[in-house]
Design a protein around this ligand. Sequence first.
Ligand SMILES: [Zn+2]
Length: 326
Amino acid sequence: MSYNEQIFEKAKKEISRRRHTAETQAKQRRDELITACPEIEEIEQEIARAGLEAIRAISMGANAQEYIGKLAKKNLKQQQLRKDLLINIGVDEDYLEVKYNCPVCEDRGTVDGKRCDCFKSLLKKYAYDELCKCSSVKLSSFNGFRLDFYPSQQDPMTGISPRERMCEVLNYCRSWADDFDRKAPSVIMYGATGLGKTHLSLAMAKAALDKGYGVVYGSTQNLLSRLEREKFGRSQDNGATEKMLLECDLLILDDLGAEFSTSFTISALYNIINTRMTTGLPVIINTNLSFEELEQRYTQRISSRIIGDYTPIEFLGRDIRQLKSM
Ligand SMILES: [Zn+2]
C-alpha cells in the first residue's frame, strides 16, 4: 500500500477530466474550423479513405506494393494540402490535434501498464494537501532546520552542547528519512516545547511522501477525537480512521500527552501502538513528556512498549519559537 484509496480515486478522476477536456477542446477547434473552411473536412475524409484503402490493398497480393506506394504518395499530398490550408488560415499545423496535458500517456495515467509520472505527481500533490489539512504547520525540510538556534555552550551535566546534540539528532533523522520504508524503526522525540520536534517530524513525513508512501500526521488529540466520533457513530466514515491509523505506512502522533485522557483514549492508543508494533509499521511520536511522566500518565502496557521499542531522540536547547521572534 502507499496512497490511500481516496487519494488514488481523486487522481484517477483528475486524469480522466484532463483527457476529456483535451478531447472536447480539440473537437471544438475542429468544428469551428470546419465551419469556417469546409475544405478541411474534405481533405480529412480523403486522408481517412486512403488509410482504409491501404489496409484493403494488403490482400491484393503481388500488386499491393505498387498500389500502396501510390496511396502513400497521395496521402502525403493531402497532408501537405491540409498543412498549407491551416497555415493560410493562420493557425498552427497541429491545431486540429488533441493537446494532451501529458503527451507521454495522453492523459491516461499509465504507460505500458505502469503509472505515468504525471499520475505519480498528482498522487504526491494530493497526499501533501491531505497532510497539510491535518496540520497547522506546512511540510518542512531538513535544510530549513537551523542549528544556530541551539546554544553551543557545553552542558556541565552531560558534557555536550545542545547544538552538538541537535546536530546528531538532525543527522539521525536525515538518514532515517533516506532509508525510509515500511520497516523503518519507530521513533519517540521528546523534550520541551519549541525545540523543533514538529519541524523534524514533518521533514521526515515529507521524505516518506516523496518516496510514495502514505503518511498520516496529526495531533494525538485530533486523531483520537476523530476515532472516538467514528466509534460512537457520530461520523459518516465508518471505521475509516481506525483503518488509516493502523495501516498507513507512517503514522505521526504529534504532542502525545496533550490529549484529554479518558479510558477510551488510553485503550485506543494502546491498540494503535500495539497493532503497529505487531505488524512492524513505523510511528513517530512527539511529546513534551519525560519518560517518567510517560510512565505516570499511561498504563504500563503503553509506556513499556514505547520505551522498549521506539528509538529515543532527546531534544535539547531553548525554545526556538521565542528565539525566532526576537
Ligand atoms: Zn502521463
